[in-house]
Structures are given as structure tokens and as C-alpha cells.
Design a protein around this ligand. Sequence first.
Ligand code: ZN
Length: 440
Amino acid sequence: MNATWKPTVEQLKRKRRRRLLLCVVLLVAAGLAAMLSCSLPSDGKTSLTATQTPASQPAAEQSNPVALDQPTPSPDSSGHTILSRTIAEGDNLSAIFDSCHIDQTTLFAILAADESLLALDILRPGNRLTFKVEESSGQLAEMALYINPAHQVVYRRTDDTSFESEEVVIPGTWENQIIEAEIDASFYLSAMAAGLSEQEAGNITHLFKNKLNFSRDIHPGDRFQIIRSLQLVDDTLTGQSHIEAIRIFARNHSYAAFLFSDGNYYDEKGESLARAFRRYPFNGRHRISSAFNPKRRHPVTGRIAPHRGVDFAMPTGTPILAAADGEITRVKNHPYAGKYVEIKHDGQYLSRYMHLSRVSVYRGQKVKRGEVIARSGNTGRSTGPHLHYELHIKGRAVNPLTAAIPTATKVPKNQLAEFKQHVQRFMALLDNGDRDFVGA
Ligand SMILES: [Zn+2]
């Protein structure tokens, strides 16, 4: 078994060019950097640190790519104090706010601003929160959530009682890695031994479930090849990755899957491996009470208040169905989104169902398309019984009514030539992996 990954000279050159571009992005984010350039507790634990002088922050700047090479304004000159907190196991928002002496009313105002993103609902150890507090009033002016070097969310005060949220996504660069191994006891275990995560190994098994029976068709000594793409921002791995291509060589047959630009996996002939999506996550028809609108303006404040899903008015208790096969990744209760469920589907798809009255699934559960996952309701900030339904492709909310969801079973004819080129490129990488990837 071997797992090799070494960028070529050409890839490194490309990376340098991209880094220049990235600098431009970073300059745009300078305002953000000003507040993120605060200190990190050196032990990475939960201790609260207040920044007094910007000169004392070199360690923090190293661990925070956004702050790199950015001028750090003195907190005194802007009249703000910056507090920073790195999330540890077991931390919760309420306790963190308490320890920063920020009241619960402010916490709820921030949660309201987070309703359309729900980014604060999954704080993970290592995530960081920074608080910019106005010295004269003690009021929180801005809070930033640092998820990884490519992904941050800023919550900015708009008036005495409310905040707005802004998602900062840095595209970074993606590097391909070839993972190649012989199957020992099982594909799943061998894939993990070769460096795939439990989730990745499980997703691949799930992806091929209609094509091959892993316990019957795969034998010790069979082989697999995987191309995994890893995201980097300024040479730092962000922890984001996806599987680009898979080939499994069994005794008498080989199986392949390629991720295409539409977020779906297809075999080498362009036939979809994932089952189709439902356009509506319920049976029958229900009136759309609020359409998808990423640029919606708040009727009172006039500020952008995006609506990242579609609202369907329906009586409480209406069965809500999984839009497609997948795994339940969240079952939560949010003060504004109410009870909600999130499903991660094959490929790069994710769906969310909010304001539910009852949830009948648990986190980690595998569900099938059309399976009842919950009952609709009126929980959270809701003016009447309805379902708020969201569909995300590659991390971005799209209009679930018009998005190009995999309802077809093949690559559309007008994209077939593009798909074939895509397959050829990845086939070549897999066939000549050593030359292309390690040859430099
Ligand atoms: Zn809604």
C-alpha cells in the first residue's frame, strides 16, 4: 500500500500565482483582519484573553492566515477591546458569552443574525470566536467566527438590538492526492488504513451500493485508486476535502466514479451513481409562502436579509420526506430556525428542513429518498405553520425549485463532451499517477 502526494513544479508555480490573487482577497478582508488579528490563548484552551497591545501578537498572526501581513490598528485608537476564545470540547455559546461579560440579549441578537447560516450551531473544538467590544459602552460591536482558514462568519451590529451576518469564504487552492492500496479484509477498512476518513470510506461504499456488493464482489488482493482533493489557503490545509475519482479493480470487473462539475458522481460512461432527488420534500402540493431570495431586503431595516430557502405553508404535522438518500448530519433546536434536520447526500449536496414540530431521525442515521424524517411545525421564529426547505450544492444555498438537481440519471447530452474530457484527465492521472504527481 502506498499513498503519495507531492505537487509538481508546475503545480507549485500555479499555486504561487493563485497566492497573489489570494492576497487581493485578503486585502478586501482587511477590515475583518483588523479584528481577527487579536491574540489567541497560547495553550489553545478556553482561557479568555484581552488584547491590549497589537505588538504582542506574533504567535496569533502565524496561526491566522487572514491576519498575515496585515497592519494591526491599535485597539485604543478605535476604542475597542478584542477578546478571543478558542472552542474546546464541551464549550457552549452561552457560557462563552458569560465569560466575556456579554449579555444573553446580545447572544440572542447574534443567533437571530445566524438564522440563515446556522454556523454557530456546530462549534467544533479549534474554531475561534473573537469579540470586538466598544470600550466606552461595553457593547459588542462585532463578533467573528473563525471556522477554518477558508471560512469565517462576521456578525456586525447594525443598531441597538440587531446584528447582520456576513460569510467570508476564501476559495484557496485545491491539490490532488492519489491514494492507492490493495484491499485486505474489506474495502472499508483498507480505505481507512490508506488514509481516508470513516465518513469518506462510508460515502464511497454508499455511492457504489447499487453497482457492487462489497462483501460478495470484492476479495482480498483487489485494488482501489482514489483521487482526493484537499483545500489549502496560503499553504495551510483547511481540513476541507472531497473525493474526485474512485476506481476499484475487482477480480473480473472494474468500477469507477467521477465527481462532475454539477456536484454529482457518474461512472465513466456518464451514468449517474446517485439516485435522483425529489423536487419537493413532501407529498402533495403546498403553497410557497416565501420564495428563495439571497438578496432579500428586510422590510423594516432595508438591509440585506437573505432567504436561503423556500417556505411552504402547510399544516403542522405534515410528513416531511428526505429529498434524497443520505446521512443525517444535524438534528437541532435553534431559537429562530426551530427544530431542524440536516441531511448530507451523495456528491456535494446537503438539505435542511426547519421549524419542524417533531423529528423522527437521529444524527448519523442513514435515510432513503422519500423516507419520513419529521413532521412540519411552527417552531422557532415563525409566523405560521410552514416548512423552510434549503438545498446546498458545494456549500452554497441554491434555489431548490430551480437548481439542477440530479433528477436525471445521466450526464445531460450537451455536457457529455465536457464530462468525457474530465474523465480522461482523471483516468490519465490514475494511470500515470507516479509520473504526474511525484515526477517533479
Ligand atoms: Zn424561510
